[in-house]
Design a protein around this ligand. Structure first.
Ligand SMILES: NC(=[NH2+])NCCC[C@H](N)C(=O)O
Length: 247
């Protein structure tokens, strides 16, 4: 394992973001002037390069960031290293928005759709990210879907399961395990940017993550620390984060 910190929320540097693990590497980039996706593309290019190097050296990167879009760089890095992964994506949200369908305009609601080849293509084109087939994507507990997301998922090959339904759908090849902490019920994890009620508890999420780590060939992990800085999420999530590096 190797812990990589990317202390950003989208293109915004958050040097004070509390992370639940001490990093071996921290990615900080001089981002160009320009559109937000162009700025994020410059950041994720560095993430991809570092992930590819670490994977090439036989290590499993655990990438900590403040959002879910950093996953674009992680998956591109895995592809560069010859380990094109399936995705097991824990998140309260679907993250399958597009510029046309998003009513909030929140760019952090796009990354799964970008990973399967849709939505805004700026980052994918800049860093050479190839589409992950929809059938290789499992959304775990995406309980908070916008109407356009529900409509898209109803016609897509992406699978969606509750935490307890995971054992039946685990992929057999290399896996990128993504964990947006907002999958956890907000009663147990206050301070989330996008709290979504009625989620699984921390113990159930930890058990499910443990099962993925032990049943799949997990080649990289992304931990999206989507909390407001200063709200103590890093402490609540500490034992779950330790589980990720224990492997
Ligand atoms: N992974 C997340 N926290 N995503 C938040 C997305 C919220 C909402 N679905 C939107 O697109 O605006």
């Amino acid at each position: 394992m190797t812990v990589i910190a990317v202390p950003y929320h989208l293109d915004e540097h958050l040097p004070g973001l509390e992370l639940p693990l001490a990093p071996d590497h921290t990615v900080v980039a001089d981002l160009p002037e320009g559109g937000r996706w162009q700025r994020m593309a410059a950041l994720y290019e560095q993430v991809a390069t570092l992930v590819a190097e670490e994977v090439g050296a036989g290590r499993v990167p655990v990438v900590l960031s403040g959002d879910c879009t950093t996953s674009l760089g992680v998956v591109a890095g895995l592809q560069q290293a010859g380990r094109a992964p399936a995705l097991v994506w824990f998140d309260a949200h679907g993250d399958v928005q597009t510029p046309e369908t998003s009513t909030s305009g929140y760019l952090g609601g796009f990354p799964v759709r970008q990973l399967v080849g849709g939505s805004d293509r700026t980052v994918a084109e800049h860093i050479g990210l190839r589409p992950v087939p929809e059938r290789d994507v499992v959304l775990v507990d995406a309980r908070d879907l916008d109407p356009a997301e529900a409509e898209y998922l109803a016609g897509a090959a992406i699978r969606r399961v509750p935490v307890a339904g995971l054992p039946g759908v685990l992929p057999s090849g290399p896996v990128y395990l993504h964990l947006d902490v907002d999958v956890v019920d907000p009663e147990e994890l206050p301070g989330l940017l996008f709290p979504s009620p009625d989620g699984p508890g921390l113990a159930d999420v930890t058990a499910a993550v443990h099962a993925v780590l032990h049943s799949c060939d997990v080649v990289a992990i992304g931990l999206a620390c989507t909390w407001h800085p200063g709200t103590g999420g890093n402490r609540v999530i500490a034992s779950l984060a330790e589980e990720l590096v224990a492997g």
